[in-house]
Design a protein around this ligand. Structure first.
Ligand code: FES
Ligand SMILES: [Fe+2]
Length: 319
């Protein structure tokens, strides 16, 4: 969002995401310049002001801490070890909240995180979760089918769909995956997909997180995690020789490779496409119109919202 931020934590549970410049005389608090964390406090490299994870200056090396020396902090939420921070236009308070962290962690692998940068927009990357036609055309999935109608409740949107895909392993073996996907979206930029792979018997999670950087480029983070693999199917029989705790991390690396391949197929399209305010959709693509209407709530500009609604209302009657 065009701002430098700094993130640190103390030894308890405090995490702070703040503007990276010191309110004293403006030094960059980042580690490259010499900012450091000492006893859970962020210490400025210039005159040594110390900040707690609430953003308040609590000590200086030469006198009482000025009360007004306070970092601009962003509200944070931790989910499965990932830190999210709220950024609101003009400093707005959060307009919606991410879900509580109720995810089971026992036996799950660590996160595999892959980050890429390209020109794009969070609305466009998340639209993939409702645009089922592109799943077969771009990614080569087959048997793509919507399970339920889109569920929309305020800032929350759920899109459930099934698909199958055949993957080649080292150009010799083929593996057929039978997937049930449950995409849970909370506003622009946060997509969480629960994945059940039926033929191997895997549970996976994937976060697709788009952060706008400078008005043109986004940082897209793909985070994947695999659940405990207790009784691997015949295709993965080799895993049975490994202790259970080692299986999920191996499978996670393997599946993350496939996910990366899929995203790399999307990136050239995302990064070169034009935004169509009034997409000319086929009759079978009503979810895209619903999704656009859902997105309208996240724009401060009422005109933009009205235009998005008009997009839905003006759908052509036939393709
Ligand atoms: S600029 Fe940070 S302590 Fe002076
Ligand atoms: Fe895609």
């Amino acid at each position: 969002m065009g701002e430098e931020i700094i993130v640190w934590c103390d030894d308890d549970t405090g995490v702070c995401v703040a503007n990276a410049y010191c309110p004293h005389l403006g030094a960059d608090l980042g580690p490259d310049v010499g900012g450091c964390v000492r006893d859970g406090r962020l210490v400025c490299p210039f005159h040594g002001f110390e900040y707690d994870t609430g953003g308040q200056c609590v000590a200086t090396p030469f006198g009482p801490a000025p009360k007004a020396a306070r970092l601009r902090v962003y509200e944070t939420r931790e989910i499965a070890g990932l830190i999210f921070a709220w950024w609101g236009l003009g400093g707005r308070q959060p307009q919606w909240h991410l879900p509580p962290d109720e995810l089971d962690r026992a036996g799950w692998s660590n996160h595999h995180i892959w980050i890429s940068h390209f020109p794009g927009h969070p609305q466009e990357t998340t639209e993939n979760s409702v645009d089922l036609v592109h799943l077969s055309h771009v990614h080569g999935y087959d048997s793509v089918s919507r399970v339920d109608p889109l569920e929309i409740d305020g800032a929350f949107l759920r899109s459930r769909f099934d698909f199958c895909t055949t993957r080649r392993i080292a150009k010799v073996a083929r593996m057929r995956l039978d997937v049930a996907a449950n995409a849970l979206i909370y506003g622009l930029g946060y997509s969480f997909v629960e994945i059940r792979e039926r033929s191997i018997g895997l549970d996976m999670r994937m976060w697709i997180l788009a952060t706008p950087i400078d008005g043109e480029v986004i940082e897209l983070s793909i985070v994947s995690q695999t659940g405990p693999v207790h009784s691997p199917s015949r295709k993965f029989a080799g895993l049975a020789f490994l202790p259970v705790r080692l299986r999920a991390p191996i499978v996670n690396k393997f599946m993350a490779y496939f996910q990366k391949r899929d995203v790399l197929q999307d990136v050239p399209i995302w990064s070169t496409k034009q935004y169509r305010r009034r997409p000319r959709l086929s009759r079978t693509e009503g979810e895209i119109g619903q999704y656009r209407a859902y997105c309208a709530q996240f724009y401060a500009d009422a005109l933009t919202a009205a235009e998005c609604e008009a997009t839905v209302a003006d759908q052509p009657a036939a393709n």
